[in-house]
Design a protein around this ligand. Structure first.
Ligand code: MG
Length: 336
């Protein structure tokens, strides 16, 4: 077993699929979905951040790390079109509780407060070498609005919110020391912020879900190439993405030139976008654009369409190549 995907498939096989009156959706979406009452579902999601893998205290200020630890989980609730309700935090420290922990918890609780939710419990333990942070969020979604990954159809348009690749570009800028105070940090600020302090799109997720136009939705945490492949697999479809439609911030192209990096890698494979990826019928395109312009003002872009079959393909200048699962994989040193 080498990949994260194989690991999850094994877990899924053993967990079984006993969806019933209480369990609406088990493993395979941004959140597990449980019955709450006549009108609403409960959403459950958890995420772990490991020092040296998901964050580096050399450049990640503890306050912003606290915010990010909450935000990446809030993003999974947004991806279902839900609202967060309560949070659990478990944290393992290698030795004594570090002095910066107060800043961390201030940032963590501030991000929860902004999302109108609250920390209600958790655990603190002594670990070995690295700090490990595990966050669990409970949310809620209207039954009529909840958005799964598994419900896209061939012919649907594929959309993304905002710009792709900014988080990956920000990470590379930090790795190269360009986050340090001074003119360069200011210049790259939108990219560095996308890495250090990503914004969970709860309001936009709720607008999209309530629109009635979204057929399937998820957030982009492991890169478009991997996350669109997940959506396609769960829906039993394929997808074709047009390279020239990918929304790219001009600043990202400048950063790629500065660091001698391939901007397309960041757009497709970078991970940590925390933008929303969703599909709609083509006939709903204009109405959705009007509604989002009116209720949110967020940027939304059609990047391709859902096809019969399987696999995610990127088309550019008459050529077409498969890019399924080429994003971030936690258990591989280099991407596939
Ligand atoms: Mg997700």
């Amino acid at each position: 077993m080498t990949s994260e995907r194989e690991c999850i498939n094994l877990i899924r096989q053993y967990a079984g699929n006993r969806e019933n009156d209480f369990l609406v959706k088990g493993i395979g979406d941004d959140c597990a979905v449980l019955q709450k009452d006549e009108a609403a579902y409960l959403l459950l999601t958890t995420d772990t951040l490991v020092e040296g893998i998901h964050f580096d205290l050399a450049w990640h200020p503890p306050y912003l790390l606290g915010r990010k630890s909450a935000s990446v989980n809030l993003s999974d609730i947004a991806a279902m079109g839900g609202l967060p309700r309560a949070c659990l935090l478990s944290i393992a420290f290698p030795g004594v509780v570090p002095a910066w922990f107060e800043e961390f918890i201030a940032g963590f609780t501030e991000a929860l407060k902004e999302a109108d939710t609250q920390l209600v419990g958790g655990d603190t333990v002594k670990g070995h070498n690295d700090i490990v942070i595990t966050v669990t969020l409970i949310g809620e979604a209207d039954k009529k609005n909840v958005c799964f990954r598994s419900t896209s159809q061939p012919g649907d348009l594929v959309w993304v919110t905002g710009f792709l690749g900014n988080g990956a570009a920000g990470l590379e800028l930090c790795r190269n020391g360009l986050h340090a105070a001074g003119a360069s940090a200011e210049k790259w600020q939108p990219l560095i912020k996308a890495h250090l302090d990503p914004e969970p799109l709860i309001g936009l997720g709720a607008v999209l879900a309530a629109s009635g136009f979204v057929r399937a939705m998820m957030d982009i945490s492991d890169g478009l190439a991997t996350d669109l492949a997940h959506l396609c697999k769960e829906s039993g479809v394929g997808a074709e993405v047009q390279q020239d439609k990918l929304p790219v911030l001009p600043l990202l192209e400048q950063a790629a030139a500065e660091l001698d990096a391939d901007p397309l890698d960041w757009l497709l494979k970078g991970g940590e976008d925390y933008q929303l990826l969703f599909t709609t019928r083509p006939s709903d395109e204009q109405q959705l654009r009007n509604l989002v312009a009116e209720q949110s003002g967020a940027k939304i872009t059609v990047i391709g369409h859902i096809t019969d079959g399987s696999g995610v393909y990127l088309s550019s200048g008459g050529t077409r190549r498969e890019i399924s699962y080429q994003g971030y994989d936690h258990f591989q040193k280099t991407n596939q």
